[in-house]
Design a protein around this ligand. Sequence first.
Ligand code: ZN
Length: 167
Amino acid sequence: MALLDILHFPDPRLREVAKPVEQVDASVKQLVDDMFETMYDAPGIGLAAIQVNVPMRVITVDISEDQDEPLALINPEITSKDGIEEMKEGCLSVPGVFEMVQRADKITVKFLNRDGESVEMEAEGLLAVCIQHEIDHLDGKLFVDYLSTLKRQRIRTKLEKENRQRA
Ligand code: ZN
């Protein structure tokens, strides 16, 4: 297992559209395991492979308090959405920023699990929001895209400064 480096906004690599996984082989399982380790270490409740500079359609999620309900979604696809939920969101790629975002409250999502099995499940509330946030990453989209241009520009300026200090 290994901790992976997380890219920070406005890194252009976060804007790539991730490619579907063709086969859930040992390297994909390794990626999933490393992503969980990285996500738990951060700590965060969701991570998309593109955030660790792997442009593949893989996300990890765990909204439990004890970090004991790991959920890996490979090639996730939302097949239905219902209701409206507004929550304050944050992102490991946009550290220190938390803003309200509106999303669907209930979703049905189809994906392959870590064993390569096809799964369809329903999610609501925080889990549904988290999955929608992570799937956005796979399409090069970030939660700051839902904010006003002015707010996004302010966040960009702040993080660019922090990224320079980090480098
Ligand atoms: Zn995120």
